[in-house]
Design a protein around this ligand. Sequence first.
Ligand code: FAD
Length: 463
Amino acid sequence: MEASATGVLGRLRAELPELRVLTAAADVEAYRYDETEYMRPGVPLGVCFPRSTADVQRIVTLAAEHGVALVPRGAGTGLSGGAVAVEGALTVVFSQMNQILEIDRANLTATVQPGVINAELGRAVAEHGLFYAPDPASFEICSIGGNLAENSGGLRCVKYGVTRDFVLGLEVVLADGSVMRTGGKNVKDVAGYDLTGLFVGSEGTLGLITEAILRLLPTPPPKLTMISFFPTVPAAGEAVALITAAGIVPVTLELMDAFTIAAVEDVHQLGLDRTAAAMLMVESDAGGAAAETELAAAEAACFAAGATSTLRARDAQEADWLRQARRAAHPALERSGVARMDDVGVPRSRIPDMLVRIERISAEHGLKVGVFGHAGDGNLHPTFVVDRDDPTAEGRIDAARAAIYRAAVELGGTVTGEHGTGLTKRGFLELQRGPVALRTMRAVKQALDPQGILNPGKLLPPA
Ligand SMILES: Cc1cc2nc3c(=O)[nH]c(=O)nc-3n(C[C@H](O)[C@H](O)[C@H](O)COP(=O)(O)OP(=O)(O)OC[C@H]3O[C@@H](n4cnc5c(N)ncnc54)[C@H](O)[C@@H]3O)c2cc1C
């Protein structure tokens, strides 16, 4: 171990004796990977668990002094390798900074530490008749810090937007150990650059988020839920385009193809139509008659696109089962083999084209693919399922991924709608953003982290 590395551990132990620091190989193992378990992580110098902003400040200051890199980590559910361990770096886990500091009804805000689990925040604010809208499908296990750093989406984005739309202010520890506050409780506040917006989605590469002021809404009315089955995948894509064009804004508009339906049915036996090529789940939280009208209009659009049948949830429990079906899509596919979930987005009118391209590209590479996702946002998760012992699978998946990203960009879309750039997409950032934007991103990184100690190698491709 280098002197700088032993030095930082020694200083941490001396200056923060209460800080939990793991260094044994067996102890750090659980913190090396995230949900991209196919990534090859480094061996970290150690894993530490700060309990306060002051702890984080001290950790960053000492790391900067010793030139040791830091990898911020929430709950490790990321799907682009953002929290994957870096060789010789210190992983900073936020699980012990998990307090909801304030729920401010007068201002409709919650002030939270980054380790709070998304679903726990949802339940806590619900007790006050309030609602925190961003809900990644992993909401029961992912942390707000990870949501902020990835600018995560979820199943309610069509109507409410993504994490960024619910962040009013942040507390961030910068790479030199100084603490910065951005934003606040003001609904309108345009003083200076939008630093809150810069840090949301920065994937731990610009600063460590230690607190956030989040925007809340009054609890919406209970949802009405409908599913619609289609004879072809593009027909379901066409229905999404028609619903959008008609100006209907459901709270949820999710897609699952036949492969995913079968995988979910095998596990949960919900009675989904196994003969359908695709299904859409549409939900309205407009309330009462308005919800009925919204679902009726969505149903008409589905039939216009060629739907064979639709089904309304009869009660809240049935609606919950259907929602679980969608949330279970990825775990269910994982039971069929190694499931490699991807994430691309296109303008919603291009969804039918994107679905055709995904099917074609997967077939060209001899890959089984399940497609599901937040179709109402134009955000799809093509998920390749391969045999664990197939030696050619990795190469074929990589080739298909690259072709799918190129197709998305050609259609005016994005190489990642919500999972982030991390390690998995950094090589495709320039393809989408172009050299000038990439140069600008590098300049931002250089200005805020000149030593390059914050989550090195993530988001930006090697120069
Ligand atoms: C089954 C499943 C379903 C999913 N569904 C969705 C979905 O619907 N929508 C979606 O957007 N994502 C989804 N994800 C991906 C993932 O859950 C999200 O990206 C989530 O926001 C990650 O949160 P986390 O706490 O696990 O973060 P981690 O994976 O630990 O970290 C993610 C990134 O955030 C950084 N980070 C974490 N905490 C901080 C901090 N305090 N300060 C600075 N940087 C920090 C890390 O360095 C890393 O770059 C899903 C994942 C799974 C496994």
